[in-house]
Design a protein around this ligand. Structure first.
Ligand code: NAP
Length: 448
C-alpha cells in the first residue's frame, strides 16, 4: 500500500510544481536513523574502537514533530556521515541526550527535542515540504541543502558572529530531528539553495565539512589564508581535509597534504595537491610512549615539509589532536598559525610552549561556520569552484555500517547516505554544467 512518504518521494522525483508539494499530506511518522536513550550505556567499559555504530544506530519510526513558526519540514533525499555521527553513535565523549535535555529547557518549542531517541545527522539535501508562519524566504518545493549551525536568533550574542552565540549548537548532534531521516526539522536560517549540477547525494555531503573548512582557511574568523602561503593539511583526503585542500588551491596557497596510504597520495595528486606526505610510509612516531613525545620526529616532519615545499608552513590545519599537535606547533613557521577544529585522537593536548611563544605563533580554535560563511561555501559549490568529495554511497538501512567505516578510517572524503532518493544519480537540474565539471565532481567516487 502506497504511503504518504511514497507520495512525497514520487512527487519530488517527478518534479511536481510547488503548489502540489505544498498540498501533499504529511505522514504521522517517518523513518529516521536514531540512537536510543535506553542504550546509551551499551558500550560501557569498551575501548573507543570496540564501540560499534552498527549496534547503536537504528532505523526507527519517528513521530512527525510539530512545526515551529521559524522552521521548515524538509523531505530529505540524501544525507551524509560526519565524524559527529560517529561520536553520537559511540556515546563519546558524552551521550548526546544531555545536549537535548539542555536545549529542551530553553523554550516551549525546544521541549520537542528531549526524546528517548536522538534523530542524528548534520547534513542534508532535499525539498521543503512546509514552512512555519514566520518563514519568509523559503517555500514548499524549494530544493535545498541544510547547514548545521543551529542558533537562537533572539539571543543578542548571536548577532555578530553567530558561532559566538552562547547557545550555538550543531544540528543533529546537539539538537534532535537531524538530517539522517526521511523528514527533518530545520530552522529557516539553516537552508541554502541546492547546487543544480549535483545529484542529491553529492549535494548532501558538502554542508558541514565544506563550511568548516571555508571558515578555517578562507574566513577572517579562521586563518584568512593569503595567496602564496603554505598550508599543512592533516587528513587531507578525509572529510574536512579534502575541502581544505581545495580552498588552499583556489586561494593561491600551497597545500602540503598528509595522508596514510599510497592510494590517498594518488588521489591528492589528482586533486591538484603537488606536495603529499604519506605518514604511514614515513612511519612518524611523534609519541615514544603514552606520556613522552619525540622532538626528533617533529624535526623529521619539518625537514620533509621544507624538502617538498621549500619552507615551513604558514598555517597548519589541525584536527587529529593529541597525536599530532606537538608536531604541528613545532613545524609551523615563525609567526604562523595552527588552526584547530577537533581532536579525533584525544583532546588532552601536549605541545612545547617554547616553540609557540618564542616564535610568535598563534594557536586558534575554530568551530563550524556561521550562516554567512556556510552560504558562501555553498555558493562556491553552486558555482562549480568547490567540488563534493564523496567516495561511496550507502542505502539508508546501512547508516550504521557507514558510520563504522568512518570510525575506523576506512573511507576517503565523504560517505553519502540515500534517504528518500531511491538510487544514486538523481536530482540534477543543470546537466550541462554537470557535464562540464564531471571529472572534478566524481574524482573521489571514481577513486573508491
Ligand atoms: P575524517 O573524514 O575521518 O578525516 C579525518 C582524517 O584525519 C582521516 O582521513 C585521517 O587521514 C586523519 N587522521 C585520523 N587520525 C589521525 C591521526 N592520529 N594522526 C594523523 N592523522 C589522522 O573526518 P573529518 O570529517 O575530516 O573530521 C575530522 C575531525 O574534525 C573529526 O574529529 C570531526 O569531529 C572534526 N570536525 C569538526 C568540525 C567543527 O566544526 N569543529 C567540523 C567537521 C569535523 P589519514 O589516515 O589519511 O592521514
Amino acid at each position: 500500500m502506497a504511503t504518504q512518504i511514497d507520495a512525497i518521494r514520487t512527487a519530488i522525483l517527478e518534479g511536481a510544481p510547488a503548489e502540489d508539494i505544498a498540498a501533499l499530506p504529511l505522514p504521522e511518522s517517518y523513518r529516521a536513523a536514531v540512537v536510543r536513550a535506553d542504550e546509551q550505556e551499551m558500550f560501557a567499559g569498551l575501548a573507543s574502537d570496540e564501540k560499534d555504530p552498527r549496534k547503536s544506530v537504528h532505523v526507527d519510526d519517528v513521530a512527525l514533530p510539530e512545526l515551529a513558526p521559524d522552521e521548515a519540514y524538509v523531505a530529505i533525499m540524501a544525507s551524509s556521515i560526519n565524524f559527529n555521527t560517529v561520536w553520537t553513535s559511540i556515546f563519546e565523549p558524552l551521550p548526546t541526550f544531555g545536549f537535548l535535555q539542555r536545549l529542551a529547557k530553553e523554550s516551549e518549542w525546544a521541549k520537542r527535542h528531549d526524546q528517548p531517541f536522538h534523530q542524528i545527522g548534520s547534513d542534508a539535501s532535499g525539498v521543503v515540504l512546509r514552512v512555519g508562519s514566520a518563514v519568509r524566504n523559503w517555500k514548499p518545493g524549494d530544493l535545498v541543502t541544510v547547514h548545521s549551525n543551529y542558533v537562537d536568533d533572539q539571543d543578542p550574542s548571536a548577532h555578530d558572529d553567530s558561532m559566538l552565540a552562547t547557545n550555538q549548537r550543531i544540528w543533529g548532534f546537539e539538537s534532535n530531528y537531524g538530517g539522517l531521516a526521511e523528514i527533518a526539522l530545520a530552522k529557516a536560517n539553516q537552508l541554502m539553495p541546492k547546487p543544480a549540477h549535483l545529484t542529491w547525494e553529492e549535494a548532501a555531503v558538502n554542508p558541514l565539512c565544506n563550511s568548516t573548512s571555508y571558515r578555517m582557511i578562507v574566513s577572517p574568523n579562521g586563518s584568512g589564508m593569503h595567496q602564496g602561503q603554505r598550508v599543512l593539511v592533516w587528513g587531507a583526503a578525509g572529510g574536512i581535509g579534502a575541502y581544505a585542500v581545495q580552498y588552499v588551491l583556489n586561494g593561491g596557497g600551497i597545500p602540503i597534504g598528509v595522508v596514510s596510504s599510497p592510494d590517498k597520495v594518488e588521489l591528492l595528486h589528482e586533486l591538484g595537491c603537488e606536495h603529499v606526505i604519506d605518514r604511514k610510509a614515513e612511519d612518524y612516531k611523534f609519541w615514544k610512549d603514552e606520556h613522552t613525545q619525540d622532538p626528533g620526529e617533529w624535526r623529521r616532519l619539518g625537514k620533509k615539509i621544507r624538502e617538498l615545499s621549500g619552507d615551513d608552513p604558514d598555517i597548519v590545519f589541525e584536527h587529529p589532536g593529541r597525536s599530532t599537535m606537538g608536531a604541528s606547533v613545532f613545524v609551523t613557521k615563525r609567526g604562523g598559525m595552527i588552526i584547530t577544529c577537533a581532536a579525533t585522537s584525544g583532546f588532552t593536548i601536549e605541545y612545547d610552549n617554547r616553540y609557540l611563544w618564542m616564535m610568535l605563533k598563534t594557536l586558534k580554535g575554530c568551530h563550524y561556520a556561521n550562516y554567512r560563511e556556510a552560504w558562501e561555501a555553498n555558493r562556491l559549490v553552486c558555482d562549480g569552484k568547490i567540488h563534493p568529495v564523496m567516495s561511496k554511497v550507502f542505502p539508508f538501512d546501512e547508516t550504521g555500517e557507514a558510520a563504522y567505516q568512518v570510525h575506523h578510517n576506512q573511507h576517503e572524503g565523504k560517505l553519502g547516505i540515500l534517504a528518500l532518493a531511491p538510487e544514486e544519480g538523481l536530482g540534477v537540474t543543470d546537466p550541462e554544467m554537470r557535464e562540464r565539471l564531471l571529472p572534478k565532481i566524481t574524482l573521489f567516487r571514481r577513486h573508491s
